[in-house]
Design a protein around this ligand. Sequence first.
Ligand code: AMP
Length: 597
Amino acid sequence: MSDIVGIDLGTTNSLIGIIEAGFPILIADQNGDRLTPSVVNFRRDGEPLVGRAASRMRVISPAETVYSVKRFIGLRGDELRAEDAELGFAVSRIPSQPVRLRVGNRDYLPEQVSAMVLRKLKADAEAALGREVSRAVITVPAYFNDAQRTATKRAGELAGFAVERIVNEPTAAALAYGLDKLEGNSKVAVFDLGGGTFDISILELNNGVFEVLSTNGNTRLGGDHIDAGLIDYCAARIGVNDLSSQQRAVLREAVIAAKHRLSSEKKTTIEMPFFSAKQNVSLELTRSELEELSRLIIERTRAHCLRALADAKLTPGELDEVILVGGVTRMPFVQKFVAEIFRRSPNISQNPDEAVAIGAVIQAGILSGAIREVVLLDVTPLSLGIETFGGLMNVIIPRNSTIPIKAGEMFTTAVNNQTVMRIKVLQGEREMARDNWSLGEFELAFEAAPKGVARVGVQFEIDANGILHVLARDTRSGAERTVDINSAVDVSDETVEAMISESLNHAFDDMNERVWTEAKIKAREMIGAVETAFRVLGGRIPPADKTRVDMLVVELRGALESGELQRLKNANAALDKATEPIAAMLLQEALTAETSQ
Ligand code: AMP
């Protein structure tokens, strides 16, 4: 199978990586940078600049430099928050129309701009690897709706990728931290504080599959806000009230570097030798000062965390792990704060800026088969089964089972001397076979035998590539047939949703029909069994018992005709009870025959 790359398409920065020799690696561009700013600068002539080169143009040509595109992707004008539109470039926000970004006299959809970032990542990866990469896994925030996910996928396609999977960022982070290996049912909080946004997600892990229990956050809370406070604070200390845009840019770069150093040092010096014609600046900054300036911003994450916990109906004590994502979580102050909220030390074993990208790469490796140790996140989207007596759906692999999986059941024949069994493979959530989708059918020939004697084992196996292998074997003759079905796992989200909502809408009627059909099958089986017993035992059945059973059979036939479920159930139960002595006689007969042989 060909390579699949994993991509973290971030608000501020994006990363791309791949599995090499079984390990996830992130790919650097020609300058050795693994972080590509998600920024595009449109030039009057020539191709747009993308990444760091574009980011440098933000100060010089703000109206032509588009950034934070992720805030707009998949949104309509009326869904956009006022503050999100206040960026250096123009944003058109017509209600019920997709948001567009206006540069010069041209409009761009956000996904078109994201595609330019993705195209650069693709080119960088191809240059580094020396081969083409055309398949990708891309991450999105867990709270992204369908339209936002579809637009992200579209961005990937515009960039020339076949998008194999859209993965939730917290899920990717949890994969990078290796949490898919946790035992049993585990609950994980993912605290993600990046440059511009804060996300908190609570995940539940069940047999290697992550489910998002709740998400919360703030799309206007992050390291940029700490930087803004730090710039004002330092400007005041330098004694400059009105920073020129050039000075602001220089100061910004210097304070950000100092902020990063203060995550590992207690104090640092900000040196700006040519800050102005008259001024060489050298400013000492301590970690405590930085913490004081950041306190209010970090404190704002608390309410979101508590709400996410409440929505997941969990207390901090019920969490098995808290992991950190986003560069700001490198600050010791943030780590202490997280420990206090969740009452446990966060796991800091991974690089927080790269965890999401690494997780995307791991997921890509799983899908491409580059990671052999199979920890699959794939689940069966819908139940798989076969049609049985009475047109019922008999589920063999239930919906949401983790792939790969193997399961089977024994079936028998419905009529005497049957020599073929038709195996109809179905997919869906409805109780009756006819309401589910038929994925294929085939016949298995076997030796003729009285009904109920033949034993046919049917086994479903979904392999790591999502292919369903159906095996049917006659246990007496050993005759078997296998059929492979490709489409069992690859079902679109919309189709799954439609099937599930249909099954919910019909749940009551479906269940009634199943119960009726099962009762009907039982009734017919009992009538057949009574006829056989009368024939075998003849006059040995006491006449009173025989009359009573005859009457109950008449009532059972009447109940079958009537279509009344309760009457049928009562008649089944009554006949069942009344034939107990006859069944005991039959058993005795069989035993005697056996011992006298
Ligand atoms: P992200 O969006 O995950 O790339 O996070 C970027 C944010 O993390 C920016 O505000 C960075 O300044 C901040 N950041 C990155 N590294 C550090 C660090 N060592 N200490 C504090 N903040 C950091």
